[in-house]
Design a protein around this ligand. Structure first.
Ligand code: THG
Length: 264
């Protein structure tokens, strides 16, 4: 599953568009993400501290009414999620829940009520667990708790959390090893990450993102939050899935090729 990351108010180009309710410009970006092959459109208004729920509701209405594209609500705020979810008629992703939060129960209830796909962050406190063992333990507990609560395995997307290698040099390695182990123990759930965090603070980020994507797919990652308009990145995604035996008869690769999603 590919979630298009572009509509995020932390991006310099997006913040003023949400601020000024510039629907046309935002629709154009969302449309480009869908045409580039995104399965869901991430909507994140996290920088609007005071009125995030209202902003997210406005964005959700805009994208679901004008585009009917599947939406990924990127907010840890139950009030924002609660207000936006009833507006969506298409499949929906809730991004995200974590083990730490007092909001766990509220977000879990919303996911069950709406049959939403749910991204579960490997987080049980303020800081990201730094060892593979600790991160694995948080992920495993989340999976077991969510399944026990009645969330379908196919709706669970575990996010082991990508840290920039410029900050934590072993960040890529810890992520790969955690996914490998969780995927082996829980092959029925999905694994997702916000890919571009890996390259934060480094030059030529696109190159780093592409190589990292290929490695994570080898480890068991099957879903990504990324920039789908990066054609080489989409090519990398489709080729990596095919090369690791996850594309029966190479159907997805060939279909994307015919749609011209990544050919030069
Ligand atoms: N996991 C989950 N959700 C997430 C993330 C994650 N949501 C947000 C984020 N991480 C993924 N989305 C983005 C969106 C845009 C950018 C990065 C990640 C981006 N950043 C550039 C930068 O940081 O320098 C450009 C900023 C700009 O254009 O101003 O483009 O990990 N579950």
């Amino acid at each position: 599953m590919i979630i298009g990351e572009l509509i995020n108010s932390s991006r310099k180009a997006i913040k003023p568009l949400v601020e000024n309710y510039d629907g046309e410009a935002l629709l154009q970006i969302a449309r480009a993400e869908v045409e580039a092959g995104a399965d869901f459109i991430d909507l994140n208004c996290g920088t609007f501290v005071k009125d995030e729920p209202e902003r997210l509701v406005w964005l959700t209405k805009l994208i679901s009414e004008e585009l009917s594209a599947p939406i990924c609500l990127d907010s840890p705020n139950p009030a924002a999620l609660k207000a936006a979810l009833p507006l969506i008629q298409t499949p929906v992703v809730i991004n995200s829940i974590s083990a730490e939060s007092k909001r766990y129960q509220e977000i879990l209830s919303l996911a069950l009520e709406y049959g939403a796909k749910l991204i579960a962050l490997c987080l049980d406190g303020k800081a990201v667990p730094q060892t593979v063992d600790d991160r694995y333990a948080v992920g495993a507990k989340l999976i077991e708790d969510l399944v026990h609560a009645g969330v379908a395995s196919d709706n669970i997307y575990v996010d082991p959390l990508v840290e920039p290698v410029s900050v934590v040099q072993t960040g890529g390695q810890v992520l790969l090893e955690t996914v490998r182990r969780l995927h082996q123990a829980y092959p029925e759930v999905h694994f997702i990450c916000g890919l571009s965090n890996i390259s934060f603070g480094l030059p030529n980020r696109k190159l780093i993102n592409r190589y990292f994507l290929a490695q994570t797919i080898g480890a068991g990652m099957d879903s990504f939050i990324l920039d789908p308009t990066d054609r080489a990145l989409m090519g990398c995604y489709l080729a990596s899935r095919m090369l690791t035996g996850q594309d029966k008869f190479c159907t997805q690769y060939l279909k994307a090729n015919r749609r011209g999603l990544f050919n030069d």
